[in-house]
Write a protein that binds this ligand. Structure first.
Ligand code: PBG
Length: 311
């Protein structure tokens, strides 16, 4: 088994372009692409250029995209998130028109749309879980109307999957799927994303609703709840420091599992390779293969386009 030509025959894990989901940051406030300082090589894109960006990625063989919006206005309850003429809604309609086959996934959360930057409605410094749920339902329906194929709630509110499933069904979107950020940790690896999506919080932290990094069993309970509420795909996030969680979720439930190779994981690779200490594409490939080997069926990654080129 030592000879190189035998290796491909014995390979257990094959990374494929079909596994990849590419994040897209759509910014309503800009007229040309803007590089994100903490994520070299990654850009915020104006609404009228999103379709072209999707087209280029599809040429490389990427089929699925997850959209994040940077809106033109923010308020206490995130009104711009469920505005039918909001940033995501406009972008989706453009992409749908030009690329009917693209799989469109939308991140559903309040943090990019609220003035305080938290993932739920806030009263007296507290996040109100239950008051947030109907708003998430409204956002999901508005995204589905604009063409979303999969809704991805990322706010870690209890009951969010059920609220979204009911709202979608009541409005005739029975076939819109839900990919829940089920086991999302309160991680320091999201730092660069918060610059990318302008979603940093103005006070406190997210430890009230995101998971404690010390816990594993809790992730299984979170996943179980989301599945009972109707999630079609469950997500573990971040990916690299949580490969054990990915594996446990896959083994326990045997359902489609997504993993989010988050912004901090991308930026670390970028920074080290910029210094000449690591080979960027070798590292990116090894990381993505590891995530798949751990049990992920789908990987959200900022390296999607680069890796698609290699594959
Ligand atoms: C929104 C959201 C976040 C990420 C995805 N959706 C940030 C957060 O929860 O603070 C992070 C993605 C990344 O770091 O790449 N709630």
């Amino acid at each position: 088994m030592r000879r190189a030509k035998l290796r491909p025959l014995l390979r257990e894990t094959i990374l494929s372009k079909d596994d990849l989901i590419m994040p897209v940051f759509v910014d309503e406030n800009i007229s040309s692409r803007q590089e994100i300082a903490s994520m070299p090589g990654y850009f915020r894109i104006p609404i009228n250029q999103v379709s072209d960006e999707i087209g280029r990625a599809m040429e490389l063989g990427i089929k699925a995209f997850i959209f994040f919006g940077i809106p033109s206005y923010k308020d206490e309850i995130g009104t711009s998130a469920f505005d039918d003429d909001g940033v995501i809604q406009k972008a989706l309609r453009n992409v749908k028109r030009d690329y009917e086959d693209a799989v469109l996934i939308t991140d559903v959360c309040l943090c990019e749309y609220t003035s305080h930057g938290h993932c739920g409605v806030v009263k007296d410094g507290e996040i109100l879980n239950d008051a947030t749920l109907p708003i998430l339902g409204k956002i999901a329906v508005s995204h589905a109307k604009a063409g979303a194929d999969i809704i991805a709630p990322s706010g870690m509110m209890d009951g969010m999957v059920k609220a979204i499933r009911s709202a979608l069904d009541e409005n005739g979107f029975e076939n819109t799927a839900i990919m829940s950020y089920s086991a999302k940790y309160a991680s320091a690896f999201y730092g660069p994303f918060r610059e990318a999506a302008d979603s940093g919080f103005r006070f406190g932290d997210r430890k009230g609703y995101q998971m404690d990094i010390h816990n594993g069993d809790e992730a299984l309970r979170e996943v179980e709840l989301d599945l009972k509420e109707g999630a079609d795909i469950v997500m573990v996030k971040p990916a690299l420091s949580y490969l054990d969680i990915i594996r446990r979720v896959k083994e326990r439930f045997g359902v489609p599992v997504a993993a989010y190779n988050v912004s901090g994981e991308y930026s670390m690779v970028k920074a080290a390779s910029k210094m000449g200490w690591l080979d960027e594409m070798d590292i990116a490939y090894e990381i993505l293969v590891s995530i798949k080997r751990a049990g992920a069926d789908l990987i959200i990654t900022y390296h999607a386009k680069d890796i698609a080129e290699v594959l």
